[in-house]
Design a protein around this ligand. Structure first.
Ligand SMILES: [Fe+2]
Ligand SMILES: [Fe+2]
Length: 193
């Protein structure tokens, strides 16, 4: 967790619940990858004049939709279909802290995206550790480095586009908020449950 700077570890209870219902975790995970692609496209759409951001978000959207396909292939191998996409309490609560007005909105959007990547990465690592050898363990293990890279990318973009010091100050606040949110989650078999 050190490199990700998260301030609270996910509970062992969540790990046990997740491992006990892998089909639910995989279906939710597929939706998360799809939403990560959609978020990248929405940032590209909202800030077309930031060329570095546009370039990175286009590449990210492609990568996340590839992740979606990897996860969805495993869902199908297990003979399942995707349920409807339920709203994600964790992400919604984090997004309530995105300030209005620019550049605050851009800064917070990038930092919230960094936190979502960091938490996903932490949880993929916990799942990879807890699972027995096999297809699902291999899938989570494979995705850990790229989600860690996305965390670093969003943080770097925030620093470049909205200033190093102000980014650090705001990230410190959001890290506390994220720790609070994660500790209030019900612990369901979802990636951010
Ligand atoms: Fe991903
Ligand atoms: Fe990602």
């Amino acid at each position: 967790m050190g490199m990700l700077r998260l301030r609270r570890a996910s509970s062992q209870r969540w790990v046990e619940t997740a491992v006990a219902d892998l089909d639910a975790i995989l279906a939710d995970h597929a939706h998360c990858e799809k939403k990560a692609a959609a978020t990248a496209l929405s940032l590209l759409n909202r800030y077309p004049h930031h060329s570095t951001l546009v370039e990175r978000m286009a590449a990210l959207a492609e990568e996340e939709i590839q992740h979606f396909s990897l996860v969805f292939a495993v869902v199908r191998e297990r003979g399942k279909t995707l349920p409807r996409d339920d709203s994600n309490i964790y992400v919604n609560r984090l997004r309530e802290h995105v300030r209005k007005g620019e550049p605050q909105r851009l800064q917070d959007s990038l930092l919230v995206a960094a936190l979502i990547e960091a938490r996903s990465c932490e949880r993929f690592s916990l799942l990879a550790e807890a699972l027995p050898e096999g297809r699902v363990k291999a899938l989570f293990t494979e995705l850990i480095p790229s989600e860690a890279g996305h965390y670093a990318l969003f943080l770097k973009l925030a620093r470049e586009l909205t200033g190093e010091e102000e980014t650090e100050r705001r990230f410190d606040e959001l890290l506390d908020i994220e720790a609070e949110i994660v500790s209030s989650l019900p612990g369901e078999a979802r990636i951010h449950g």
